[in-house]
Design a protein around this ligand. Structure first.
Ligand SMILES: *Cc1c(COP(=O)(O)O)cnc(C)c1O
Length: 239
């Protein structure tokens, strides 16, 4: 094994151990939680290593980095998730490689995703990004719709050709009543998911939890955790 491969393998084993322990503590089966490794800022060679180590889900947040990486890894059995704020002029590119867009947060984006998915002959799984610190009609600083606006956007996705409503996603807020209270924030996301599944039972994905708070997300009931730095290392600078 190369040094980089052993490093990633060791980190991955640690994260696996954390997820397994969190599942056990919550009385959940390990198979109820899917690990998505966030590969942003890291090279395609790392994605290839991850695939070789059995990772099946990866995520990116910037199209200009993700598009060439996905192209370089097109031979690998990976599911690609887009998790960053998405401008409508990048939608055509993203639809070319992403299986899921987890950051759906406005009607115009839904329209653009639907149009490009149909054009490409693809079906894109869409998660509504919820900003738990946004007021009704508002948006989160890092994207996302207010809890009160989830249902309307979910209906729009569900009625759009080329799109499949997957569920909900959130990032633990840094401001507002939930700042510093990840477990409560993820609990709120679960309540919103329960509401949504009353009318849309197939929209059962709950994407929450990152390197620092995956335990709280698993405890709350998350089905997908998005882990970057705990697997690949701390990213230099922003990202
Ligand atoms: C970067 C990122 C992650 C992973 O964060 P880490 O702290 O590195 O685990 C998860 N979700 C989103 C939306 C991200 O942008």
């Amino acid at each position: 094994m190369t040094d980089r491969k052993s490093e990633i393998a060791a980190n991955l084993a640690k994260v696996e151990g954390r997820i397994a322990a969190a599942c056990a503590a919550a009385g959940r089966g390990r198979d109820e939680v899917t690990l998505i490794v966030v590969t942003k800022t890291y090279p395609a060679s790392d994605v290839r290593i991850l695939s070789g180590l059995g990772v099946r889900h990866v995520a990116e947040n910037k199209d200009q980095d993700a598009a060439p990486k996905a192209a370089a890894c097109a031979d690998l059995p990976l599911t690609w998730h887009f998790v960053g704020q998405l401008q409508t002029n990048k939608v055509r590119s993203v639809v070319g490689y992403a299986d899921f867009v987890q950051s759906v947060d406005r009607p115009r984006l839904v329209t653009a995703l639907s149009r490009e998915a149909v054009r490409a002959g693809r079906e894109i799984g869409c998660l509504i990004q919820v900003a738990l610190d946004a007021g009704e009609g508002g948006r989160g600083e890092r994207g996302g719709v207010a809890p009160g606006d989830v249902a309307e956007l979910a209906d729009l996705v569900a009625g759009s050709e080329g799109l499949r409503l997957g569920g909900l996603m959130t990032v633990a807020p840094l401001t507002g009543e939930y700042a510093g209270h990840e477990r409560a924030a993820f609990g709120r996301l679960m309540d919103l998911s329960t509401d949504l599944r009353r009318t849309r039972p197939a929209a059962n994905m709950v994407s929450a939890g990152m390197s620092a708070d995956l335990e709280q997300a698993v405890a709350a009931g998350a089905t997908h955790v998005r882990v970057g730095s705990a697997v690949l290392g701390v990213r230099p600078g922003l990202g």
